[in-house]
Design a protein around this ligand. Structure first.
Ligand code: B3K
Ligand code: ZN
Length: 876
């Protein structure tokens, strides 16, 4: 396939200042008429051909300035329209008529039907599946859109911008016209038409603009959109307060659809959402669902400035809008909920998704230089690491200079398609600082590692930290340059307070941050009265790995005393990880695992320490996941040994602390109204974390069964169901709970996804058969991405012992599913396939079997560019 390269970027010869579209909607023959005002760019020769992108299009009519084009003056294929000799005039009007079939569009890109609702998805290159166009993000155009449909089938007709006009037509049809005054790239175009329930509200911006808010959902689901609406209004207010960004149209609409390739899409004034991230109430959604809805509603709304008003020059700049907008939604959630708890959750997500990507065959820089299929670059690296890089800019510059840089960026590039260089320049100009070494975070792939040791010299009252940085090689980048790593730290004294030093040499240290810029730093602090415990990467100031020589004593101390909650959590998590790695080695060597008494005692203390936030305690009690442990081990992975080690430690913690955990569990019992806020969620998280341990003790199954039966909300019900299915699989309690859940929610596909998910993640060799059987369940469908991700995605990503079954059956089944998904929806299949990205770190037997599956996929004829790209990179 073709490789697109950053260095090949050049501006288009032609621009499209105005785009007028009209749609006559019908499931198998929608007529699309595009009237494009085309303008030759200054200095471009009149002989330059006009080449428009298409994808599977059928051309019905072509005119320039009202005159049909002679066959000999253009060439057309489904994927390309070339007009060899456009008019000599600087501006002309090109009219293109195409016909598309939404009902047959199973790739869910372009115009398609979801549950009878017409909707679009154009990012990254879906607009070319609607009409021929310069389908690239640096072509900004003002759109006017007319939509026509039978009124009975589609009472609601929506597009971007403000509503201009609507009216009746013959034969029961009607129309609506929308106008979006803000020039935008084609990937932000959207259209929705259908019969939907509406939730309305209003927001008045700080300068007094009255904005009509609308959330469109399936009829009967209106109540389930209340939380999303509330989150939207809070987002609008927060963006004004924190970033000075105000909304700019008279309406803001959100539509929830059930067939969607990702979470949601930020189309100007008309966000389209996967309904999973809109619909929620206590009965059907977990606390995690509520938190996701809040974050994604905010994320898409925040794109209005970071993405829409300022968009990307080309797709290599994707992190310009995504990394920045993730950073903004993280900050929003931190402000709405608990900042430390949010940050710990971010760290866990980054480690679980971005680290394995960065440390495996799919590694790429936050701003890639090459791609074969851009849809495969909506990755954890672009999004999550991209957000970490923005966070580090704030750490390096400080909050005031950061805000000044953001203001300058927004002002300077409003209405433009910008680059990462533009973004960094705004911060350099606003702060007077040089970010050239820092910029490597965008350009260089791989997770940097810092090796750290320290020594205390009592006589000299000096504390010395030795730091060495390295960046491991990644595909096509074997030699790495030295990075600028802002490492937040503290020297924790015996009283738990940070010690104050008199002077420091060996690196720039300011405001609790060591600026690591060289290969090696030897940093000496003077005036230190006693040996401190060293707290590193506080607040997770840099997305790196640390190899720290540190006494267990110090880690235990920091687990109880570090004033930085993230580092405190990290200290305990490191203790757990080290114990689990050692135990899995013992198990592999045929021995019984040994754990120290102090570790389980510490777990009990943290669980019961009422001075700590409940959500924090829940996070601390969650043992490192099997995949986390595998990543830390690095190679020759045996998932069964890791699983056994984790089970043994959980059991040990439960047994050592049984009565106190049980007592706390009782004290946390729910009594009163459900509230999805952080405090309520924290209490439930802690209680459910306790249940997970208590379920390992005698009568655990009946305790979990009671928890399930008495649950008054989905968080508790799903937690109990998981404990029963995972820890007491096959017992009457587990079987009964699964059956009762199924009958209660049989008609609610989003809740049934949880039922699929729970069963797909049951540890052990037999789950592959369960999952295979569930693919024939009447609630399952290979053409709905949420269903596929809940069942097949969960099996591959969240079931280490099932997926990595020693005989390779997990991989074989998965390979079949990927190919099955691929026939309809290449994007979904490619994303699914990335679950195999860490195959090389497995022990030899599994590695060979995983490889055989990847080879079988790559040997399949007629593979999509999407899947081929992923599989070939994984095999390279
Ligand atoms: N910008 C979209 C993602 C589009 C993915 C295209 N394959 C959602 C978001 O990041 O907000
Ligand atoms: Zn985004």
């Amino acid at each position: 396939g073709q490789v697109f390269k950053l260095e090949d970027y050049r501006p288009s010869d032609y621009l499209i200042p105005l785009t007028e579209l009209s749609f006559r909607l019908s499931p198998d023959a929608t007529e699309v008429k595009a009237v494009l005002t085309i303008e030759r760019r200054d200095g471009v020769a009149t002989t330059a051909p006009l080449v428009l992108d298409g994808d599977g299009l059928l051309l019905k009519k072509l005119e320039i300035d009202g005159t049909p084009l002679a066959q000999s003056t253009y060439t057309v294929t489904p994927d390309r329209l070339e007009i060899a000799h456009p008019p000599e005039a600087k501006r002309f009007k090109l009219t293109i008529e195409t016909e598309v079939a939404p009902v047959h569009n199973e790739a869910l890109m372009g115009l398609y039907l979801s549950n009878g609702v017409y909707c679009t998805q154009c990012e990254a290159e879906g607009f070319r599946r609607i009409t021929y166009f310069l389908d690239r993000p640096d072509i900004l155009s003002v759109y006017t859109v007319r939509v026509e449909a039978p009124k009975a089938e589609a009472p609601q007709l929506l597009s971007n911008g403000n509503p201009l006009e609507r009216g009746e037509m013959a034969d029961g049809w009607h129309y609506a016209v929308w106008h979006d005054p803000f020039p935008k790239p084609s990937y932000l175009f959207a259209l929705v038409a259908g019969s939907l329930g509406i939730v309305n509200d209003r927001f008045v911006t700080r300068s007094g603009r009255e904005v009509e808010l609308g959330i469109y959902v399936e009829h009967g689901k209106e109540k389930l959109a209340d939380y999303a609406m509330d989150a939207l209004k809070r987002s609008m207010k927060w963006d004004e307060d924190v970033f000075g960004c105000e909304y700019d149209l008279d309406v803001f609409n959100i539509v929830a659809v059930s067939d969607f390739n990702m979470g949601a899409m930020e189309n100007k004034g008309l966000n389209v959402f996967n309904d999973k991230y809109v619909l929620a109430d206590a009965e059907t959604a977990t606390d995690a669902d509520f938190a996701n809805i809040e974050a994604i509603i905010a994320h898409e709304y925040f794109h209005n400035w970071t993405g829409n008003r300022i968009t990307c020059r080309d797709w290599f700049q994707l992190c310009l809008k995504e990394g920045l907008t993730v950073f903004r939604d993280h900050e929003f959630s931190a402000d709405q909920r608990s900042r430390p708890v949010k940050r710990i959750a971010e760290v866990r997500t980054l480690r679980a998704h971005q680290f394995p990507e960065d440390q495996g065959p799919l590694a790429h820089p936050v701003r890639p230089r090459r791609y074969r299929e851009i849809n495969n670059f909506y990755t954890a690296t672009v999004y999550e690491k991209g957000s970490e890089v923005v966070r580090m800019i704030r750490t390096v510059l400080g909050p005031e200079a950061f805000r000044a840089g953001m203001d300058l960026y927004l002002k300077r590039h409003d209405g433009e398609a910008a680059t990462i260089e533009d973004f960094l320049k705004a911060f350099e100009d606003a702060s007077g600082r040089d970010l050239s070494q820092f910029a490597l975070w965008y350009h260089q792939a791989g997770t940097p590692n810092l090796t750290v040791s320290s020594a205390y010299n009592a006589a000299a009252r000096e504390f010395t930290i030795e730091i060495e940085q390295s960046v491991p090689p990644t595909p096509s980048e074997s030699r790495k340059r030295l990075m600028h790593i802002p490492l937040a730290f503290g020297l924790v004294g015996a009283d738990g307070r940070d010690m104050v030093y008199e002077s420091v040499e060996g690196a720039t240290v300011d405001d609790g941050v060591i600026h690591v810029r060289k290969r090696r730093h030897s940093i000496r602090f003077s005036g230190i009265a006693e040996r401190p415990a060293l707290s590193l990467n506080r607040g997770f100031s840099a997305p790196i790995t640390l190899s720290v020589e540190q006494k267990t004593e110090d880690r235990i101390f920091l687990s109880g005393h570090d004033s930085d909650p993230v580092a405190r959590w990290q200290a305990f998590n490191t203790l757990l990880t080290e114990a689990l790695i050692a135990a899995s080695r013992q198990i592999r060597g045929g021995k019984r695992p040994v754990f120290s008494d102090r570790l389980s005692a510490l777990a009990g203390q943290i669980a019961c320490d009422d001075a700590l936030e409940q959500a924090y305690r829940a996070l601390a009690l969650a043992l490192p996941g099997e995949a986390d442990i595998a990543r830390e081990i690095g190679n020759d992975i045996d998932p069964d040994a890791i699983f056994a080690a984790r089970e043994a430690l959980a059991k040990r913690i439960a047994e050592e602390n049984g009565p106190s955990l049980r007592d706390l569990y009782e004290r946390l019992r729910d009594n009163g109204e459900f509230s999805p806020d952080a405090a309520g969620a924290g209490r439930r998280a802690l209680r459910n974390a306790l249940l997970d341990y208590l379920a390992l003790l005698t009568d655990g199954a009946s305790l979990a069964a009671d928890h399930f039966r008495l649950a008054a909300n989905m968080t508790d019900r799903a937690a109990a169901l998981t404990v029963l299915a995972h820890r007491h699989s096959g017992t009457p309690q587990a079987t009964g709970a699964l059956a009762s859940f199924e009958s209660r929610y049989a008609n609610d596909p989003l809740v049934m996804d949880k039922w699929f998910l729970v069963q797909a993640s049951v540890p052990g060799a037999q789950t592959v058969e369960t999952v295979r059987r569930l693919t024939s369940h009447r609630g399952f469908s290979m053409s709905n991405p949420n269903r596929v991700r809940a069942l097949v995605g969960t099996f591959a990503n969240a079931n280490q012992t099932g997926f990595h079954r020693a005989d390779g059956e997990g991989y074989r089944f998965f390979g079949e599913m990927v190919l099955e998904a691929e026939r309809r929806n290449p994007q979904l299949a490619a994303r699914l396939a990335t679950a195999m990205r860490s195959w090389r770190s497995l022990e030899a037997g599994r590695r060979d079997k995983a490889r055989a599956t990847l080879l079988a996929i790559s040997g399949t004829e007629g593979l999509s560019t999407d899947l081929r790209d992923i599989v070939e990179r994984m095999l390279a």
